[in-house]
Design a protein around this ligand. Sequence first.
Ligand SMILES: *Cc1c(COP(=O)(O)O)cnc(C)c1O
Length: 408
Amino acid sequence: MTGFTTTILHSDRQNAIGHGSLHKPVHTSVAFGYDDARDLALVFQGKQPGYRYGRQGNPTVTALEQKITKMEDGVASLCFATGMAAIGAIPQALLRAGDHVVSSAFLFGNTNSLWQTVAGLGVQVSMVDATDVAHVEAALTSATRMVFVETIANPRTQIADLARIGALCKARGILFVVDNTMTSPYLFRPKTVGAGLVVNSLTKSIAGHGDVLGGCITDTGEFDWGTYPNIAANFLKFPAQQRGMNQLRAKSLRDFGASLSADAAHQIAIGAETLALRLERECSNALRLAQLLEVHPAVAAVYYPGLPSHPQHALAGELFRAFGFLFSVELKEGIDCFDFLNRLKLAVSSSNLGDNRTLIIPVAHTIFFEMGAERRAAMGIAESLIRVSVGIEDQDDLIADFTQALAG
Ligand SMILES: *Cc1c(COP(=O)(O)O)cnc(C)c1O
């Protein structure tokens, strides 16, 4: 096995490309022609590999999927137009009315909204504090089909009890789904804790430049699809280990069509080459900034897994290569968070995260505004909470910017 970045850089070359090209070309074709019409039929019948129509697959997208499969040490990946399309595909393709899901209550806001939508379609959803496996176990019923968690929750940085939830799911034969966006496969591989499916928003760290949207589901090979009750009859003809991904590709990409474009796949693949380098820098910058803020007299609290004050600091150290690029902070009462944000010269007031630039946002007033004060309180989100997604800027410049903004 070669190292993380070496593997990504040389992944395209391992499948022959004309002219010795080092990058997979951008294949813009929607349709794919066959000299022998019988081959076309075999491709349609799933008896021969090949492309049929751009909505269900494209060679440039496949090259990216293969890279992500290698990053996650999985068996197959499926790309989507956005991270939410990838997450939404999972209940869409794999759950039925009457099923039950256990989800972490500490979630990306749009995923929280997605579970409300899914609940409206007749799936029962239990939202639990997943930092302790006991809460997950207590919520399980005979109808539970999957457990869904994020690695480090955005914005409060709670860390799911990943290894113990993975072991519980394995023992009960339940699909364990992990959103790995906040750690990315460079900091953590959910396969190591028994996740069957891993989701990554490619929009964030994997692309990194904040100029393209994308999402991906990876099958780690850890889940036995032969035991999954919701595989439709026409997918039972595939070997058990391929059934989940085949059903996902058909039921979500084919039926709903949130497909990643070849141009977007190419851009994401370019970004992915430097994922490890960028994350090293971002995590080191984040740790320094979090340390600086924690002892500052204007600051009431800092939530960052890299600080010993974080309740899951030790767990994060065991699970992750580094403590991540994101922290959140509460200023002392009486300090207007908008004034503070406006004094920052480098950090941009913006809603994205995992960008090369440092981005900062007042959470309760923006991304978590719609859900209301009660739900925010249940998620541990104070009205003054500010989220900081730390970029790759030179560390001294970031320190200087935050220092002058806090001084004012
Ligand atoms: C951004 C994000 C998503 C959604 O990804 P999009 O590409 O914006 O649709 C999902 N999960 C987490 C943890 C995220 O940060």
